[in-house]
Design a protein around this ligand. Structure first.
Ligand code: HEM
Length: 496
């Protein structure tokens, strides 16, 4: 009897031992992704100060070290993802492990201790906030409800262009108009203080572009205390907070029935007692900052690049203009509900988002649990950067990837809703941009309007081939050089 029972034990034990040995061997062989050589203490910080825009610098490094790359920035472990296959693993297969954000000092301060949609860690609070954002703040219905505001702001800008009679700084004027639109949608049309928020939000975007020594050595409290960036951000935050306090007070005291509902109105409803989920005043303010920071420069930059690409490519400009003028010829201006008919214009926007994603490195995620990607280990708490700019130009997926060709999307069903990992202008997975519809509406309407009513030339008599198409150094892929254009009104603007 003894022999068969020993055999039975072996039969059970042996496979388990083999399985265990395999797992242990796999664990032992699991290694960090490759990356450039580090120097003591600083790690790879020297690799990030090449003077190039971070998405380009990281792209160059990834061509040498691979689509899953590891960098050590001071104390912070960073994984850089640069291929559609690896992005799919991060944003789909293991999305839940990467669904948190990795906040930096600027973000922590301006988001009232990471309580905004963008910076709150993955968990119940973020899920509730995200639900309110998708279903109420940025729903399709809400986006359409701001149609009157888009018309008011962008037709107003078109009037300024028409009155100028000469060259205009398109970049500056369009970005100011987009901020005006977003801030009015968020805080109300009648609120005077909103315009003064623009330079502050702009400065915050600039400050979050670089990295601060305190961010890469979080355990050294002296660096936090010494950080000049931290001091500056605290000052700006205080000013923004004061303005938001005033606007909230006005909303509470001066309601009238004529008033168009804005995003702040909706958020204040979540301050009532007796709700399953309610928002403290600081939470409301953090979401408003999210809208102002996340919504304005992204759409503004996209339109700026679309106009630059159109003027660089006169044949494409002519085709887009012919379509818009044909579709709206009888109306005499742009009727937003019919923009769907402008199929070619939509391809132009899609191609602009491919070549110039407004957030080229999306928004850094945080690895919540050690995870294997492409056979490499991404350690828990690493910062994970998905280089959407590099992925959107991956030559394995895109023919003539560096050429602006809206037609490439004609027979290509790839879209930006987060299911095609070779095209990630809005990210993907749980943290995908909730402002996609709003961003697109704020891009397509002004483009159609400008193409319909004006003929355009480059400023300073510049030839298309001389237009500089470099992007600058920033969180958003702004143009390095501002775009100067000469608008000529060819079809009258709608009456006021
Ligand atoms: C063309 C316009 C826009 C582009 C290209 C864009 C792009 C992005 C990207 C790449 C992300 C990160 C996604 C990820 O981590 O996977 C993001 C997140 C976000 N965007 Fe947008 N965005 C645009 C417009 C807007 C607008 C208009 C709003 C609101 C007014 C907005 C609000 C947000 C918020 C709140 C998040 C954070 C979501 C979260 O962490 O859960 N975006 N956006």
């Amino acid at each position: 009897m003894e022999f068969p029972s020993l055999l039975l034990c072996l039969q059970i034990l042996l496979p388990s031992l083999v399985f265990l040995t395999l797992i242990l061997a796999k664990k032992r062989s699991a290694k960090l992704p490759p990356g450039p050589r580090r120097i003591p203490l600083l790690g790879n910080m020297h690799n990030m100060i090449s003077g190039e825009a971070p998405h380009r610098a990281l792209h160059k490094l990834s061509q040498k070290f691979g689509p899953v790359m590891h960098l050590q920035l001071g104390e912070v472990s960073v994984a850089v993802i640069s291929s559609p296959e690896a992005a799919k693993q991060v944003m789909k297969t293991h999305d839940i492990h990467f669904a948190s954000r990795s906040p930096i000092i600027v973000a922590e301060i301006i988001s009232y201790g990471c309580t905004s949609i963008t910076f709150s860690p993955y968990g119940e609070y973020w899920r509730q906030l995200r639900k309110i954002t998708t279903l109420e703040l940025l729903s399709m219905k809400r986006v359409q409800s701001f149609r009157w505001l888009r018309e008011k702001v962008f037709v107003g800008l078109a009037r300024k262009f028409a009155a100028s009679g000469s060259e205009v700084n398109f970049s500056k004027q369009f970005n100011a108009a987009t901020f005006s639109l977003i801030s009015r949608a968020a805080l109300g049309d009648g609120t005077k203080q909103v315009e003064s928020l623009h330079p502050m939000i702009n400065e915050l975007a600039e400050l979050s572009a670089g990295f601060d020594i305190a961010d890469v050595f979080p355990s050294i409290k002296l660096f936090q205390w010494m950080s000049r960036l931290r001091k500056r951000v605290l000052v700006i935050h205080k000013d923004i907070d004061r303005i938001l306090e005033e606007v909230i007070h006005q909303h509470r005291t001066a309601k009238n029935d004529e008033h168009h509902e804005d995003i702040l109105d909706v958020l204040l409803e979540y301050q009532r007692d007796g709700l399953d989920f309610s928002l403290a005043k600081d939470n409301v303010k953090s979401v408003i900052v999210d809208m102002l920071a996340g919504g304005s420069e992204t759409s503004g930059t996209t339109v700026e690049w679309a106009m630059a690409e159109l003027l660089k490519n006169p044949g494409i400009l002519e085709k887009a203009q012919e379509e818009v003028r044909r579709v709206f010829g009888e109306e005499g201006t742009i009727e937003e509900s019919r923009i769907q008919e402008c199929k070619y214009l939509k391809l132009v926007v899609k191609e602009t988002l491919r070549m110039h994603p407004a957030l080229p490195l999306t928004l850094p995620r945080k690895c919540r649990e050690t995870t294997e990607v492409d056979g490499y280990v991404i350690p828990e708490n690493s910062r994970v950067i998905v280089n959407a700019w590099a992925i959107n130009r991956d030559p394995n997926y895109w023919k003539d990837a560096n050429t602006f060709q809206p037609e490439r999307f004609l027979d290509n069903l790839v879209d930006f809703k987060g299911n095609n990992f070779e095209y990630l202008p809005f990210g993907s997975g749980r943290r995908i941009c909730p402002g996609m519809s709003f961003g697109l509406a704020n891009t397509e309407f002004p483009l159609a309007l400008f193409l319909y009513h004006f003929d355009w030339k480059l400023g300073g008599g510049m030839k298309p081939e001389d237009l500089n198409m470099e992007d600058g150094f920033g969180l958003t892929a702004r143009r390095l050089k501002q775009l100067y254009l000469v608008p000529t009104l060819t079809r009258p603007l709608p009456a006021q």
